[in-house]
Ligand binder design. Structure first.
Ligand code: ADP
Ligand code: MG
Length: 360
């Protein structure tokens, strides 16, 4: 069903994305694939649907789920456990079971905190065992930008897989596009992954026509007749991020046209915690996002003017440039020529709404 809120897991359920499906498929012969795009645009759906259609063995690890809000870290033992738990789905699991059991035993009960290097060793041994089974396996690290909070350095491990475990293809998905590049350090000579080739699949929000078509088709599937004007308004206000369109499709049968506002409210609440987390990382992020949200789109100098009026102080030019750059890297802003914009209308709405509750 098009309006199901879980990630799609089969190609029949996937709307559009032909080019991206093809691009991802061809990437599976490479060592490293990055699937990039903002939250809720359909990355997990694309990866899962294509892999299921090909019947390739894969291991799917949602790194965001491993993030610990209290310590603000991704504990290494959680990575180990998650990897370990996912092995049961492999078609050749019985063939590697004994050797994996031995690795488990050699590490001892993982809950007794082990040193970082022993956990890293354990992960490496599991991956070696999988590689040595001789079948092609895809290892997906979903929302991989969270790996930068890992309590152990993972770059050497990924580089080891890249260079030596030729049966394993690495797939990293990320919303925070620029940060993922930084984490891998492909352009950084001191990184273990420096200069490695990677295959990129980029997912963009649907354009207006596709969004409208998506909604029409979803409602047709439900056997519900919806006025074109409502569909067009939903597409205009919610943008082409398929996750929001799905919510709208779910709510419409009960709420009618009010569903648009409801998606904005629910969506704003969902992104609020993401924004609060973001705003805690630099004192100016909140006001920079506000400036762009209020103006619709803004140049560097517009943002500076807004900050001076709103905060009553002037950050240095370098500080503002760095913060803007980081927001672009994290996907909260886009940059088109000199213009900054907010790619997700719900994020924009959430920022505007929060403005009324915060006075500096
Ligand atoms: N091509 C698509 N066709 C239909 N539904 C989709 C498509 N892509 C994503 N979705 C739906 O949109 C929502 C978000 O998708 P998801 O794959 O979780 O995004 P991401 O991993 O980028 O955050 C889910 O409800 C999913 O079912
Ligand atoms: Mg996802």
């Amino acid at each position: 069903m098009l309006f199901s809120t879980e990630p799609k897991t089969s190609l029949d359920e996937l709307f559009d994305r032909e080019a991206e499906i093809e691009r991802f498929r061809s990437g599976l012969n490479e060592r490293l694939v990055l699937v990039l795009g903002i939250r809720r645009v359909g990355k997990s759906s694309l990866v899962l649907s294509v892999l299921n259609s090909l019947g390739i063995d894969y291991i799917f690890i949602d790194v965001r789920k491993l993030y610990d809000n209290v310590s603000r870290k991704v504990p290494a033992e959680r990575i180990y456990n998650e990897l370990r738990m996912s092995l049961g789905n492999l078609s050749f699991w019985e063939g590697v079971r004994r050797i994996i059991d031995e690795i488990d035993v050699s590490l001892g009960p993982i809950r007794f905190r082990l040193s970082a290097s022993r956990i890293r060793d354990g992960i490496a041994k599991i991956l070696e065992a999988i590689n040595n089974a001789g079948k092609h396996v895809v290892l997906i690290l979903d929302e991989a930008q969270y790996l930068r909070y890992s309590t152990i350095g993972l770059r050497p491990l990924l580089a080891y897989v890249y260079d030596h475990l030729r049966n394993i293809t690495l797939v990293l998905t990320g919303s925070e596009v620029g940060l993922l590049h930084d984490f891998l350090g492909i352009n950084d000579p001191s990184s273990e992954l420096y200069g490695r080739y990677y295959h990129v699949v980029e997912l963009r929000p649907f354009d207006r026509g596709r969004s409208i078509e998506f909604l029409r088709r979803g409602f047709r599937e439900l056997g519900i007749n919806v006025d074109d004007r409502v569909i067009e308004r939903a597409a205009d206000e919610l943008g082409g991020i398929v996750g929001w369109l799905v919510y709208f499709g779910r709510l419409y049968p009960e709420r009618g046209v009010d569903a648009i506002n409801e998606v904005k409210e629910i969506g704003a609440n969902l992104v609020r915690s993401e924004l609060e987390e973001l705003f805690s990382r630099s004192q100016y992020y909140r006001y920079i996002m506000e400036a762009v949200a209020v103006l619709g789109r803004a140049k560097w100098s517009d943002v500076m003017k807004y900050l001076m009026a709103r905060v009553g102080e002037r950050p240095t030019n370098a500080t503002l440039s760095r913060d803007l750059n980081n927001l672009v890297k994290m996907g909260f802003l886009t940059k088109d020529g000199d213009w900054y914009g907010i790619p997700d209308p719900i994020v924009r709405y959430a920022v505007l709404r929060a403005r009324y509750f915060t006075r500096s």
